[in-house]
Design a protein around this ligand. Structure first.
Ligand SMILES: Cc1cc2nc3c(=O)[nH]c(=O)nc-3n(C[C@H](O)[C@H](O)[C@H](O)COP(=O)(O)O)c2cc1C
Length: 319
């Protein structure tokens, strides 16, 4: 089953959801190689691009051969959003607009999920971007702002009328942040309400979850977030399960070790050794969670400063 977003055809309906601090260039490369139908950058502030903030080059780094891929922007000014998207979307196939981020600082700036409380402004942002940009625009948002403002269905209709090519709906309100269970019913309601592709999101932790979400909600694709932390094989296993109905084995330790090293090497090349190894401490703790000697490993990981230190830690993992 092929998912099409505007003129972009995805090779699978499984999207690697954007995660700040996780889906950087190196991890998107790995997820792409694991068969992701679409990868999405960490969110980038349109205003920060305008002001030339240095960190954005790191977030926006990509390779042409990593597509289909989307760049995700957040902001609240329609013209700045459109013009900054135009400035940076070169190698990307799709521009995704973040209308779901729950972080207080972002919401306080009237950005991210705050836009769910201001659908008129959200419409102007999306309509301007769709009119100006020559690539498909998509929107990612939540069930609503809180229990008394559940408006995902109306919001999706608004986004469709603004011209977006697809929507991703996370079945939690802003007030829930990431706690509680995601409401998949709202995903089904959104799917029933619009004609554009709907990508469901929230609590997919296994290939079976992905298929169940598609069956229960009728959504056209799924976006996986936290389940991919330390487990890029979940991408490959989910894509394969959707394609064939066959459940691939979990990776063995040797395969895990190979990916940990590749991840670290990619990140060193991308961010420099110092920053990369500090960030890899976190990724390694996810990769090794549940291993028999994970407590001892955690101590060693926190002492890593160089790529050689990391290689020694990975070497010491018992196969
Ligand atoms: C650490 C972290 C960072 C995230 N960063 C972003 C982001 O930059 N943009 C975005 O739209 N959503 C972001 N999200 C939300 C995820 O894309 C996703 O919607 C959410 O985690 C629910 O999916 P899940 O249950 O599969 O994790 C982030 C989530 C986490 C846990």
């Amino acid at each position: 089953m092929k998912l099409r977003i505007g003129d972009v055809e995805l090779k699978s309906p499984v999207v690697a959801a954007p995660m700040a601090g996780v889906t950087d260039y190196s991890y998107r490369r790995i997820l792409h190689d694991m068969g992701a139908g679409l990868t999405v950058t960490e969110m980038v502030s349109a205003k920060a691009i305008l002001y030339g903030n240095k960190g954005n080059d790191t977030i926006l780094r990509t390779d042409e051969d990593m597509g289909p891929q989307a760049v995700q922007l957040f902001g609240s000014d329609p013209l700045i959003m459109a013009s900054m998207a135009e400035r940076v979307y070169g190698p990307f196939d799709i521009v995704d607009v973040n209308m779901g981020c729950p972080v207080p600082k972002i919401v306080g700036n009237h950005e991210g999920s705050a836009l769910m409380k201001d659908p008129d402004l959200a419409y102007r942002i999306l309509e301007t971007m769709c009119r100006v940009l020559k690539k498909p625009v998509t929107a990612k948002f939540r069930k609503g702002f809180d229990d008394t403002h559940v408006n995902a269905v109306e919001f999706a209709r608004m986004a469709e009328s603004a011209g977006v090519a697809a929507v991703t709906i996370h079945g939690r309100t802003r007030a829930q942040m990431y706690s509680g269970r995601a409401d998949w019913d709202i995903i089904g309601q959104v799917k029933a309400a619009v004609g554009i592709p709907v990508i469901g999101n929230g609590d997919i932790e296994s290939p079976e979850d992905a298929v169940r979400m598609m069956k229960e909600t009728g959504c056209d694709g799924v976006a996986i977030g936290r389940g991919l932390k330390g487990d890029p094989w979940l991408m490959r296993r989910t894509v394969h399960y959707i394609d064939t109905g066959e459940l691939l084995h979990e990776p063995d330790i040797a395969e895990k070790k190979a990916i940990m090293l590749r991840h670290a090497e990619l990140m060193c090349e991308h961010k420099g050794e110092h920053t990369a190894i500090l960030e890899m401490r976190r990724h390694l703790s996810w990769y090794t969670a549940g291993l028999t000697n994970s407590a001892r490993l955690r101590g060693a990981m926190n002492d890593m400063c160089t790529l050689d230190d990391l290689r020694a830690v990975v070497d010491s993992i018992e196969t």
